[in-house]
Design a protein around this ligand. Structure first.
Ligand code: E4P
Length: 218
Protein backbone atom coordinates (compact mmCIF):
# COMPACT_ATOMS: atom_id res chain seq x y z
CA UNK A 1 0.00 0.00 0.00
CA UNK A 2 1.31 3.44 -0.92
CA UNK A 3 1.50 6.21 1.65
CA UNK A 4 0.76 9.81 0.71
CA UNK A 5 1.17 12.70 3.15
CA UNK A 6 -1.91 14.87 3.60
CA UNK A 7 -0.19 18.22 4.10
CA UNK A 8 0.84 21.45 2.40
CA UNK A 9 3.74 21.92 4.82
CA UNK A 10 6.91 21.38 2.77
CA UNK A 11 9.12 21.21 5.87
CA UNK A 12 7.05 18.32 7.24
CA UNK A 13 7.34 16.50 3.90
CA UNK A 14 11.12 16.99 3.72
CA UNK A 15 11.49 15.34 7.15
CA UNK A 16 10.05 12.02 5.91
CA UNK A 17 11.26 11.95 2.30
CA UNK A 18 14.76 10.64 2.96
CA UNK A 19 13.37 7.56 4.73
CA UNK A 20 11.55 6.51 1.55
CA UNK A 21 8.20 6.57 3.33
CA UNK A 22 6.39 9.04 1.07
CA UNK A 23 4.90 8.05 -2.29
CA UNK A 24 2.87 11.19 -2.95
CA UNK A 25 1.07 14.18 -1.42
CA UNK A 26 -2.50 15.38 -1.11
CA UNK A 27 -3.44 18.97 -0.40
CA UNK A 28 -6.79 20.74 -0.19
CA UNK A 29 -7.84 24.40 0.09
CA UNK A 30 -7.89 24.19 3.91
CA UNK A 31 -4.33 22.80 4.06
CA UNK A 32 -3.13 25.53 1.64
CA UNK A 33 -4.84 28.19 3.79
CA UNK A 34 -3.20 26.71 6.93
CA UNK A 35 0.23 26.86 5.24
CA UNK A 36 -0.17 30.62 4.78
CA UNK A 37 1.53 30.26 1.38
CA UNK A 38 0.64 30.66 -2.29
CA UNK A 39 -0.91 27.54 -3.86
CA UNK A 40 1.33 27.59 -6.94
CA UNK A 41 4.49 28.08 -4.87
CA UNK A 42 3.60 25.16 -2.58
CA UNK A 43 2.66 22.76 -5.40
CA UNK A 44 5.77 23.68 -7.41
CA UNK A 45 8.01 23.07 -4.39
CA UNK A 46 6.30 19.78 -3.54
CA UNK A 47 6.58 18.49 -7.11
CA UNK A 48 10.31 19.19 -7.09
CA UNK A 49 10.72 17.25 -3.86
CA UNK A 50 8.42 14.24 -4.25
CA UNK A 51 8.63 12.06 -7.36
CA UNK A 52 5.00 10.97 -7.10
CA UNK A 53 1.45 12.27 -7.46
CA UNK A 54 0.80 15.69 -5.85
CA UNK A 55 -2.91 16.49 -5.54
CA UNK A 56 -3.88 20.15 -6.00
CA UNK A 57 -7.58 20.98 -5.68
CA UNK A 58 -9.64 23.19 -7.98
CA UNK A 59 -11.93 25.80 -6.43
CA UNK A 60 -14.32 26.46 -9.32
CA UNK A 61 -17.69 24.74 -8.94
CA UNK A 62 -18.72 24.58 -12.62
CA UNK A 63 -17.09 21.95 -14.82
CA UNK A 64 -15.66 24.35 -17.39
CA UNK A 65 -14.07 26.40 -14.59
CA UNK A 66 -12.67 23.22 -13.01
CA UNK A 67 -11.16 22.17 -16.34
CA UNK A 68 -9.56 25.60 -16.87
CA UNK A 69 -8.11 25.61 -13.35
CA UNK A 70 -7.09 21.96 -13.68
CA UNK A 71 -5.16 22.59 -16.90
CA UNK A 72 -3.32 25.48 -15.22
CA UNK A 73 -2.43 23.36 -12.17
CA UNK A 74 -1.33 20.43 -14.35
CA UNK A 75 1.14 22.70 -16.17
CA UNK A 76 3.17 23.00 -12.94
CA UNK A 77 4.54 19.46 -13.26
CA UNK A 78 3.81 16.01 -14.63
CA UNK A 79 3.29 14.90 -11.02
CA UNK A 80 0.33 17.23 -10.43
CA UNK A 81 -2.96 15.41 -9.95
CA UNK A 82 -6.00 17.64 -10.26
CA UNK A 83 -8.41 17.20 -7.38
CA UNK A 84 -12.10 17.76 -8.17
CA UNK A 85 -15.10 17.38 -5.84
CA UNK A 86 -17.54 14.53 -6.30
CA UNK A 87 -20.36 16.58 -7.85
CA UNK A 88 -21.89 16.16 -11.30
CA UNK A 89 -19.68 19.02 -12.52
CA UNK A 90 -16.68 17.40 -10.86
CA UNK A 91 -17.33 14.13 -12.71
CA UNK A 92 -17.66 15.98 -16.03
CA UNK A 93 -14.43 17.86 -15.35
CA UNK A 94 -12.76 14.56 -14.37
CA UNK A 95 -13.77 12.97 -17.66
CA UNK A 96 -12.52 15.97 -19.67
CA UNK A 97 -9.17 16.24 -17.84
CA UNK A 98 -8.53 12.48 -18.05
CA UNK A 99 -9.13 12.60 -21.82
CA UNK A 100 -6.34 15.20 -21.97
CA UNK A 101 -3.95 12.86 -20.15
CA UNK A 102 -4.14 14.73 -16.82
CA UNK A 103 -4.34 12.65 -13.60
CA UNK A 104 -7.49 13.30 -11.53
CA UNK A 105 -8.27 12.66 -7.86
CA UNK A 106 -12.02 12.76 -7.18
CA UNK A 107 -12.42 13.95 -3.61
CA UNK A 108 -15.14 14.30 -0.96
CA UNK A 109 -16.49 10.80 -1.67
CA UNK A 110 -18.91 9.52 0.97
CA UNK A 111 -20.75 6.65 -0.74
CA UNK A 112 -20.10 3.60 -2.90
CA UNK A 113 -22.42 4.91 -5.64
CA UNK A 114 -20.26 8.03 -5.85
CA UNK A 115 -17.14 5.85 -6.08
CA UNK A 116 -18.68 3.75 -8.84
CA UNK A 117 -19.45 6.87 -10.87
CA UNK A 118 -15.97 8.33 -10.34
CA UNK A 119 -14.52 5.12 -11.78
CA UNK A 120 -16.88 5.37 -14.75
CA UNK A 121 -15.70 8.96 -15.31
CA UNK A 122 -12.15 7.55 -15.49
CA UNK A 123 -10.74 8.96 -12.21
CA UNK A 124 -7.13 8.08 -11.44
CA UNK A 125 -7.90 8.15 -7.70
CA UNK A 126 -11.08 8.10 -5.62
CA UNK A 127 -10.82 9.67 -2.16
CA UNK A 128 -13.40 8.36 0.33
CA UNK A 129 -13.21 10.35 3.60
CA UNK A 130 -13.28 7.80 6.44
CA UNK A 131 -12.74 10.14 9.41
CA UNK A 132 -15.55 12.49 8.45
CA UNK A 133 -17.93 9.51 8.19
CA UNK A 134 -16.81 8.20 11.59
CA UNK A 135 -17.51 11.72 12.94
CA UNK A 136 -21.20 11.30 12.10
CA UNK A 137 -21.38 7.71 13.45
CA UNK A 138 -21.10 5.99 10.05
CA UNK A 139 -18.30 3.44 9.82
CA UNK A 140 -15.86 4.94 7.29
CA UNK A 141 -13.88 1.73 6.84
CA UNK A 142 -17.05 -0.14 5.83
CA UNK A 143 -17.22 2.22 2.86
CA UNK A 144 -13.63 1.36 1.92
CA UNK A 145 -14.51 -2.35 2.09
CA UNK A 146 -17.50 -1.83 -0.21
CA UNK A 147 -15.55 0.25 -2.74
CA UNK A 148 -12.63 -2.22 -2.81
CA UNK A 149 -15.07 -5.11 -3.37
CA UNK A 150 -16.97 -3.30 -6.11
CA UNK A 151 -13.80 -2.24 -7.96
CA UNK A 152 -12.39 -5.79 -7.67
CA UNK A 153 -15.49 -7.14 -9.46
CA UNK A 154 -14.58 -5.17 -12.59
CA UNK A 155 -11.00 -5.66 -13.81
CA UNK A 156 -11.53 -2.84 -16.34
CA UNK A 157 -11.68 -0.31 -13.46
CA UNK A 158 -8.27 1.28 -13.04
CA UNK A 159 -9.27 3.84 -10.41
CA UNK A 160 -7.12 3.56 -7.28
CA UNK A 161 -8.72 3.71 -3.83
CA UNK A 162 -7.06 6.51 -1.86
CA UNK A 163 -8.25 6.36 1.76
CA UNK A 164 -8.55 9.96 3.01
CA UNK A 165 -9.51 11.83 6.18
CA UNK A 166 -7.42 9.35 8.16
CA UNK A 167 -7.35 10.14 11.89
CA UNK A 168 -5.30 7.34 13.51
CA UNK A 169 -3.02 4.34 12.80
CA UNK A 170 -5.92 1.85 13.06
CA UNK A 171 -7.46 3.41 9.93
CA UNK A 172 -4.16 2.67 8.14
CA UNK A 173 -4.03 -0.95 9.33
CA UNK A 174 -7.63 -1.57 8.29
CA UNK A 175 -7.05 0.09 4.89
CA UNK A 176 -4.10 -2.26 4.31
CA UNK A 177 -6.12 -5.30 5.42
CA UNK A 178 -8.83 -4.35 2.93
CA UNK A 179 -6.29 -3.97 0.13
CA UNK A 180 -6.78 -0.23 -0.45
CA UNK A 181 -4.21 1.13 -2.92
CA UNK A 182 -3.18 4.21 -0.94
CA UNK A 183 -3.71 5.99 2.37
CA UNK A 184 -3.14 9.70 2.71
CA UNK A 185 -2.22 10.61 6.26
CA UNK A 186 -1.28 13.63 8.36
CA UNK A 187 2.37 13.50 9.49
CA UNK A 188 1.14 13.05 13.08
CA UNK A 189 -0.35 9.65 12.12
CA UNK A 190 2.88 8.62 10.38
CA UNK A 191 4.80 9.45 13.58
CA UNK A 192 2.29 7.43 15.63
CA UNK A 193 2.79 4.47 13.26
CA UNK A 194 6.55 4.49 13.85
CA UNK A 195 6.47 4.71 17.64
CA UNK A 196 6.09 1.75 19.99
CA UNK A 197 6.80 1.91 23.75
CA UNK A 198 8.38 -1.59 23.72
CA UNK A 199 10.81 -0.45 20.98
CA UNK A 200 11.89 2.52 23.12
CA UNK A 201 12.16 0.36 26.27
CA UNK A 202 14.06 -2.42 24.46
CA UNK A 203 16.48 0.03 22.84
CA UNK A 204 17.19 1.70 26.16
CA UNK A 205 18.04 -1.59 27.84
CA UNK A 206 20.19 -2.81 24.90
CA UNK A 207 22.17 0.42 24.98
CA UNK A 208 22.63 0.28 28.75
CA UNK A 209 23.96 -3.30 28.49
CA UNK A 210 26.19 -2.36 25.55
CA UNK A 211 27.66 0.62 27.40
CA UNK A 212 28.49 -1.65 30.36
CA UNK A 213 30.82 -3.66 28.06
CA UNK A 214 33.01 -0.62 27.33
CA UNK A 215 33.19 -1.69 23.68
CA UNK A 216 32.80 0.49 20.56
CA UNK A 217 31.85 -0.60 17.03
CA UNK A 218 33.88 2.17 15.39
C1 E4P B 1 -7.76 14.22 1.38
O1 E4P B 1 -7.33 14.32 0.27
C2 E4P B 1 -8.12 15.36 2.25
O2 E4P B 1 -7.19 16.37 2.06
C3 E4P B 1 -8.08 15.01 3.71
O3 E4P B 1 -7.77 13.66 3.92
C4 E4P B 1 -9.23 15.54 4.50
O4 E4P B 1 -9.07 15.15 5.84
P1 E4P B 1 -9.87 15.80 7.05
O5 E4P B 1 -11.22 15.19 7.11
O6 E4P B 1 -9.04 15.45 8.26
O7 E4P B 1 -9.91 17.29 6.78
Amino acid sequence: MKIFLDTADTNEVRKFLDAGLVDGITTNPTLIANSGRNLFEVITELSQMVMGPISAEVTATDWQGMVTEGRKLAKISKYVTVKVPLTFDGLKACHALISEGIMVNVTLCFSSTQALLAAKAGATFISPFVGRLDDISINGMKLIEKICNIYANYPSINTQVLVASVRHPLHVVEAAQLGADIVTIPTKVLEQMIKHPLTDKGLESFLNDWNSTGQSIL
